[in-house]
Design a protein around this ligand. Structure first.
Ligand SMILES: Nc1ncnc2c1ncn2[C@@H]1O[C@H](COP(=O)(O)OP(=O)(O)O)[C@@H](O)[C@H]1O
Ligand SMILES: [Mg+2]
Length: 454
């Protein structure tokens, strides 16, 4: 296998030929071949090969070939050879929801997708698409591609080499039809990564019996009143969270104090509420009134987080795979809870900081060692989740806590991590780098690597 970049030019001819400069043909080890198969995504053509005595890595394609292969644009991209098979690309499809109109076809995700497309600019073809844009019988996608001046256009393209799943709706993703849709790619040998949203309870189960189970707080799904009482006595405080929830919505923090009784802290509308109950039964009747018997809720051991100004701090570890299929910590953001808030979300008054800032202030000279340990734990957590999950994972967003004994805890694993930590000016560069890693992982999955890299 040989890999290099090349520049594609279109020529006005109607022949089944591909012209390569002899330098490029030599690099691709096809200089002696008379015919090659040229591929883009799922489309391929058997063509005569002609060499041009010119320098550089140039590919000249007759317009017939260019149109048949449905190449999205001319210019620079990667080319990889395997004997006499030449693949242009990679063709990267971003699966998401597409709205009508072409100024922001991917809604609030448009800017993120635009940035991702920059990561491998000149090294790949990118498009966005939604499930209804795929035509399986034609093996094509009615794709949304960037059009020069910042706008977007539709183009019919081959099926991609790899699918990056950023479907935004938890509900839609749970449908059997969506499962079947995604499986169809996998069955055709097209890798799709970030299979679907995680439920908190699923992740807990995936990690049971692994070496990092000690880093997950004890949890129970659909807890009975007796189980909650027992957890409160054992841990003194617990979190109640919807297993399929996000953004801190529907979360309660319950505290038990043998002399004073029970406290419930939660958010109601725009306000943080703190209620006290003498009896456990009164606490339960509040919860039953608000959250219909805690169906679909996970009760989780509360962790005494490190604090600044009496506000708990937790961390977002943004994990990605790299070109060698290994997990890396691409970025870490620290989040300080808003006063009286149950969670650290910015939405509820949380403040974004850098981990260095926080850890130095809280742990002094221990900061570096604790951060290194947290990174190592995060990688082990990612590896353990991946090992026990059946699907291909390329990204994870961990909500990580450090307790007052410096033990590392993982509250939540997000399989389609948000990018709010990258709003911090000191994390912008890491944000860019995280997308570079995702791009590199696409190269790995689509086999756009040379022998040397493997
Ligand atoms: N067991 C816990 N102990 C201490 N704090 C917690 C615990 N679980 C959650 N939190 C706090 O609440 C936040 C939100 O919880 P999380 O599990 O990430 O739910 P969500 O899906 O709503 O983001 C966490 O980032 C953390 O600050
Ligand atoms: Mg979270």
């Amino acid at each position: 296998m040989s890999l290099t970049t090349c520049t594609i030019h279109v020529i006005k001819r109607q022949e089944r030929v591909v012209y390569l400069t002899s330098e490029l043909a030599k690099t691709l080890k096809v200089a002696k071949a008379r015919n090659v198969t040229l591929k883009l995504g799922s489309k391929s053509l058997y063509l005569q090969l002609k060499l041009l005595k010119k320098s550089g890595n140039q590919v000249y394609l007759p317009s017939y070939v260019y149109t048949q292969l449905r190449i999205p644009r001319s210019g620079t991209t990667l080319i990889v050879s395997d004997n006499t098979e030449l693949r242009l690309g990679p063709l990267i499809g971003i699966l998401t929801s597409v709205s009508p109109g072409n100024s922001a076809p991917f809604g609030s995700r448009t800017e993120f997708i635009r940035q991702f497309m920059q990561a491998g600019k000149d090294k790949a073809f990118y498009f966005g698409f939604s499930p209804r844009d795929v035509n399986w019988s034609q093996q094509t996608v009615n794709a949304v591609v960037p059009s020069g001046g910042g706008g977007w256009v539709r183009k019919v393209l081959p099926l991609p080499d790899v699918v990056y799943n950023r479907l935004p709706s938890r509900k839609a993703e749970k449908l059997a039809s969506m499962n079947a849709f995604k499986n169809r790619f996998v069955r055709q040998g097209i890798p799709l990564f970030n299979w679907s949203f995680f439920d908190k309870w699923d992740v807990y189960n995936l990690l049971e019996d692994t070496d990092v189970f000690k880093n997950v707080p004890e949890s129970r799904i659909n807890p009975t009143p007796a189980q909650m009482k027992e957890m409160l006595e054992k841990h003194r405080f617990i979190y109640l969270k919807p297993t399929a929830g996000s953004l801190g919505i529907g979360i309660y923090r319950l505290t038990y104090n043998p002399r004073q009784g029970y406290y419930a802290r939660f958010r109601r509308g725009e306000r943080n509420v703190l209620l006290r109950f003498k009896k456990f039964e009164s606490l339960m009747s509040l919860l039953n009134r608000q959250s219909s018997g805690l169906n679909g809720y996970v009760a989780q051991q509360g962790i005494r987080l490190i604090e600044i100004d009496s506000c708990p701090i937790d961390f977002r570890f943004h994990m990605t795979k790299n070109i060698n299929n290994q997990w890396v910590v691409a970025a870490i953001g620290a989040k300080k809870a808003g006063r009286g808030s149950v969670t650290t979300h910015v939405r509820t008054g949380g403040q974004l900081m850098t981990p260095e800032q926080v850890l130095k202030e809280v742990l002094g000279t221990r900061a570096e060692a604790v951060l290194a340990n947290a990174k190592e734990t995060a990688i082990k957590l990612a590896e353990a989740i991946e090992r026990n999950d059946r699907h291909t994972l390329g990204e994870l967003g961990f909500d990580i806590g450090i307790d007052q004994n410096e033990h590392i805890w993982m509250f939540e694993a997000n399989s389609k991590p948000g990018r709010s930590i990258f709003k911090h000016p000191a994390l912008k560069e890491q944000g860019r780098r995280s997308l570079q890693y995702v791009f590199d992982y696409c190269l790995f999955l689509s086999r756009f690597r040379s022998r040397r890299d493997s």
